[in-house]
Design a binder for this molecule. Structure first.
Ligand SMILES: NC(=O)c1ccc[n+]([C@@H]2O[C@H](COP(=O)([O-])OP(=O)(O)OC[C@H]3O[C@@H](n4cnc5c(N)ncnc54)[C@H](O)[C@@H]3O)[C@@H](O)[C@H]2O)c1
Length: 697
């Protein structure tokens, strides 16, 4: 074994050399990896007894991509392009031996090799788009030349990953090694040498792209589809451009163009935002003051109270991660209805090919039902998801306290109720925590974890681990009305409703926020959720627009009328004359003079109200860091990822500009616009949100 660099060594098995990269945790291609590969290839060049070289990795995966901590820094020798030239023009076969995943620069490195062998569990992808980028070193050029344009677009523009079987079928790999990978790759390499196989350069392959040369509409259609699914997001369009150029103008022009596009994207604001969120999502589970060796309570069995919208979604999230759950309902009929929701959902997933029928069955078999809380005596965690009613929740927690074992975690999915108060219904408030899932709970990745002053460290640590285990993004927050996400959202909703009275329309406000990048406008969302959710008919005094609309039976899409009108069976919102009249009446009643409101004002009031509240939340220590707030908004509230979340966005606009506007709004609109003291402090000190450190404690 020869040491090639601090991240690679080389072993020789007869006439085959194996360069083994070892750069934990994911074998990111940093300068030491590049040095190692170069040293290895240079050594083998001089050794006539070695006839072929395998590039493989130690640890859990093949090269997982470029080292993103090197992004934006001075390039270090040797660059990847140099290594690629060396491999592509090497005089002896170079074979990539792949386990784990070959992603991004990892897949590009595999494709520059003459041949590829992988284990059956390997996966392949160009996920650069998730960082607002495109592949930077040939992915958009070589991938279509191997697997065809359509599939290359899916992988480069859509970030789709494929498994080893698909990769073999499409020619992305040449063999699957069922045995030990290094043994299999060595045998493969020997065969190549003895049978005198050619040194294949993918750049020379044209058969797979021929079809697209004659069918330019492939690109136009793809552009349209991505413009729909990833509105406002540049990277998927750029990936399609890069592929098209290479297909039409040849690989040399294609590679140069790809490099140019990559350079532009990496310097742009969208990629900066995406990389920021990528790191923020990793950072948010690091909790200051919570020792890393805090014991975790084993969670192997879960009880869920309530088989409604949220209860069933949470149950499926657990079952998807292989954790058995029991759902409790008030009667058999409602229980059966909830279980049927899960059954239908899995059936549809299997029909759409997202999971196999066997997998669907397996997951469903993990979800059981009961109509007695007594069945929760041996569960490790309970998630309560009954109606949003404080007394009902307290009653349930008091019962759970009597039934459950000492080590149980008692969680509530309340959206806004006081968890401390619910916890006091038990004799063990330290075991109580908020697990705030988002709807649909089996799909949405955000999990706001709400600690009270009393919640014990092991309960917090276990909840975070549990969140990760069920593939959520857990963000720990402290208690306040609406927690972090909803508290900020309430500000925007109020502002949006106020702007209606001042002269705007639901359709104008929706369009401004949709164009900003939210998947739906706020009024379209309210119509979807239902105006009646949380509305109390008995308490309604017809003073707000919502009261007026609900009193008229306009509950949203479900009644074909809400802030908009709907044709039966059609979800397209139609501006409503009725709603406009009611808005005008309310404005007159409240002496609000209506005026034309500009799109700019709508955007500023909608976003700055959120940012101001976010700053207050940080100041109060409710959220640990600005990045946590951004993770919450990107993953739970539709804030476009390529804009980084409200706090990141605020920095990019400039805090002084935002504060000046907030102060101006305070003058015209009063106390709801009281500027956050933290925001003022940051502006006075010439700082930004990104300069703040952890503020929990
Ligand atoms: N729907 C959302 O978007 C959303 C998002 C986050 C949090 N939440 C919160 O989740 C909770 C549940 O909301 P949902 O939308 O699923 O409501 P839902 O009305 O769909 O479901 C509630 C279920 O609880 C059942 N239930 C009522 N009393 C019960 C009892 N004593 N024992 C067992 N089951 C009982 C009901 O029969 C019903 O099936 C609420 O606290 C809500 O605020 C909802």
């Amino acid at each position: 074994m020869i040491t090639l660099s601090t991240a690679a060594n080389m072993e020789t098995r007869g006439e085959i050399a194996i360069i083994l990269v070892d750069n934990p945790p994911v074998n990111a291609i940093n300068v030491e990896v590049r040095k190692g590969i170069m040293e290895g290839l240079n050594a083998v060049s001089k050794d006539d007894s070695v006839k072929a070289v395998i590039i493989a990795c130690a640890g859990r995966t093949f090269l997982a991509g470029a080292d993103i901590t090197e992004f934006g820094k001075e390039p270090q020798h040797p660059g990847l392009d140099l290594i690629f030239d060396l491999i592509e023009n090497y005089r002896k076969p170079v074979i990539a031996a792949i386990h784990g995943s070959a992603l991004g620069g990892g897949l590009e490195t595999a494709m520059i090799c003459h041949y590829r062998v992988a284990v059956p569990t390997a996966t392949f992808g160009q996920p650069e788009v998730n960082l607002g980028l495109i592949p930077g070193i040939g992915g958009t050029q070589r991938l279509p030349r191997i697997i065809g344009v359509q599939k290359a677009i899916e992988m480069c523009a859509g970030g789709k990953q494929i498994n080893a079987r698909e990769a073999l079928e499409n020619g992305l790999i040449d063999a699957i090694s069922e045995e030990n990978l290094l043994d299999g790759a060595t045998a493969f390499a020997k065969k190549l040498v003895h049978e005198n196989h050619p040194l294949i350069k993918i750049r020379d392959k044209n058969d797979k792209i021929e079809e697209a040369r004659n069918k330019p509409e492939i690109f136009a259609e793809a552009r349209k589809a991505f413009a729909r699914s990833d509105r406002g997001f540049d990277a998927p369009q750029a990936a399609i451009d890069a592929i098209e150029t290479g297909v039409k103008k040849g690989i040399e022009v294609g590679l140069k163009n790809e490099r140019e596009i990559f350079r532009k994207l990496i310097q742009g604001s969208q990629s900066a935002a995406m990389r920021y969120i990528f790191f923020a999502e990793r950072e948010c589970t690091k909790i200051p003051g919570l020792a890393s060796d805090t014991p975790r309570v084993p969670v192997n069995k879960i009880g869920i109270v309530g088989a409604g919208t949220m209860g069933t979604g949470i149950a499926m999230s657990c079952a998807n991660a292989g954790i058995p759950v029991t759902i409790m309902e008030i009667n058999q009929k409602l229980l059966e209805k909830g279980l049927e929701t899960c059954r239908e959902n899995y059936k549809n997933s299997a029909l759409k090919g997202r999971i196999t029928h066997d997998e669907a069955e397996k997951r469903l078999s993990l979800i059981n039902g009961t109509i007695s809380l007594n069945d929760f005596a041996d569960v490790d965690m309970v998630v309560e998801a009954v109606f949003e009613n404080k007394n009902l929740k307290k009653e349930i927690f008091a019962k759970l306290d009597k039934i459950c074992k000492d080590s149980v975690i008692l969680a509530t999915n309340t959206s806004a109720l006081n968890i401390t108060e619910i916890a006091l219904a038990t004799k063990r408030p330290e075991s109580v925590i908020g697990l705030h899932f988002f709807s649909p709970a089996n799909v949405m990745r955000l999990l706001e974890i709400v600690r009270t002053e009393k919640t014990a460290d092991d309960i917090i640590a276990t909840s975070i681990s549990f969140g990760k285990r069920i593939k959520k993004i857990p963000v720990l927050v402290r208690e306040c009305h609406g927690f972090v996400g909803n508290r900020m959202l309430f500000q925007r909703v109020n502002e949006n409703k106020q702007m209606l009275l001042e002269g705007s329309t639901p359709q104008q406000i929706d369009k401004v926020l949709y164009d900003f990048g939210f998947p739906m406008g706020p009024f379209a969302v309210l119509d979807l959720v239902g105006l009646d959710v949380g509305w109390d008919k008995a308490a309604s005094k017809g003073e707000t627009l919502r009261d007026v609309l609900c009193e008229a039976g306009r509950f949203g899409q479900k009644t074909n009328a809400g802030y908009y009108d709907y044709k039966p069976g059609n979800r397209t919102p139609i501006p409503s004359q009725y709603v406009q009249e009611k808005i005008n009446e309310l404005a007159a009643k409240n002496n609000i003079k209506q005026r034309l409101i500009s799109d700019e004002e709508i955007l500023e009031r909608s976003l700055y109200s959120v940012i101001n509240e976010g700053a207050k939340i940080l100041d109060e220590g409710i959220a640990i860091r600005p990045g946590d707030i951004d993770v919450i908004w990107v993953n739970g509230y539709g804030w476009p990822r390529y804009r980084g979340g409200p706090m990141f966005y605020a920095d990019s606009i400039g805090l002084k500009k935002i504060l000046d506007k907030i102060k101006a709004f305070e003058k015209t609109h009063g106390n709801t616009w009281r500027p956050s003291a933290l925001l003022e402090k940051l502006v006075n000190e010439g700082k930004e949100f990104k300069d703040l450190h952890d503020r929990h404690g």
